[in-house]
Write a protein that binds this ligand. Structure first.
Ligand code: ATP
Length: 263
């Protein structure tokens, strides 16, 4: 547990708690040092969104839930930050849609793979792929450690859900014919632009909502689920996200952004 006390009344309480969680996960080898930088970039975009799930994202979440329910061999790809922030939800979602969970790391080491798998198992994961010899094959066109995948997981998956991912790998997965769902709060990232469905939101807000949508849509017949996926236009959605941020910033600039103090 963290030794830092964050008063619940602090105006940025939730954000500080998440920071502490990431730092704590770094101490336990779950997160890589570079993961702190990625988290900071995410925080910046969360500020721009107003730290909320914006309305167009509900449609992205719905489409993602439908795609996961339709998948024959879904896989949730997990890195250090994702495990630290939403490990519990990853396990819950995997159970809901009968997906496999696979560890996939840019800064791969056996120690980190094991630490992430251990954390996921503590949340109830029965099987965690991509650890040690299980990452027994490679994805073509990738030169980083991320090319190593499990022949029982990502390699044979039809739908891959990933979060906080780099663009190269998303692109490589698309080229392999995978249907990629990405959770990335930056609507301008290569991952966001490359995925079939992008969820532009903080992963800590997105995952519980995605689970909720899955539970709701489970009742629908496949034909209706297919319709939901077909009607979702990722390019249009990303434009809406960027427009939302632009409009919000202009409104903020016009209405005044300073904090006033008593004289
Ligand atoms: P790309 O290659 O796709 O342009 P990048 O170089 O920004 O992306 P990374 O730093 O590897 O990629 O990945 C981090 C991505 O995850 C960033 O786009 C960042 O905004 C996003 N991110 C970081 N923290 C969160 C979070 N808590 N929730 C959702 N997205 C996040």
């Amino acid at each position: 547990m963290s030794e830092v006390f964050i008063p619940p009344t602090h105006p940025r309480y939730e954000s500080l708690v998440l920071r502490e969680r990431i730092v704590e996960a770094l101490r336990h080898n779950v997160v890589a040092l570079q993961g702190l930088i990625a988290h900071g970039r995410g925080e910046c975009f969360d500020y721009l969104l107003g730290e909320q799930t914006i309305e167009p994202t509900l449609y992205a979440l719905r489409a993602a839930a439908a795609a996961l329910l339709l998948a024959k061999r879904p896989v949730i790809s997990v890195n250090g930050n994702t495990a630290a922030l939403v490990g519990k939800e990853v396990v819950e979602l995997a159970r809901e849609v009968d997906a496999k969970i696979e560890v996939n790391l840019f800064y791969r080491s056996r120690k980190r793979e094991e630490a992430i798998a251990k954390l996921l198992r503590s949340y109830g994961a029965v099987e965690v792929l991509g650890v040690g010899e299980d990452a027994d094959t490679t994805i073509p066109e990738l030169y980083s450690e991320r090319r190593r995948v499990s022949s029982r997981g990502i390699y044979v998956a039809d739908v891959v859900l990933l979060a906080l991912e780099d663009g190269d790998r998303t692109e490589a997965l698309r080229k392999l014919g995978k249907f990629v769902i990405a959770i990335d709060i930056n609507p301008l990232s290569r991952t966001s632009r490359c995925a079939n469905i992008t969820i532009v939101d903080n992963v800590v807000r997105a995952m519980p909502k995605l689970i909720q949508f899955v539970q709701e849509l489970k009742r629908l017949p496949p034909s209706e689920l297919r319709e939901i996926v077909r009607n979702f236009d990722n390019e249009k959605y990303l434009r809406e996200c960027v427009e939302y941020i632009a409009r919000r910033l202009i409104e903020l600039a016009r209405s005044g952004i300073t904090i006033s103090f008593p004289k």
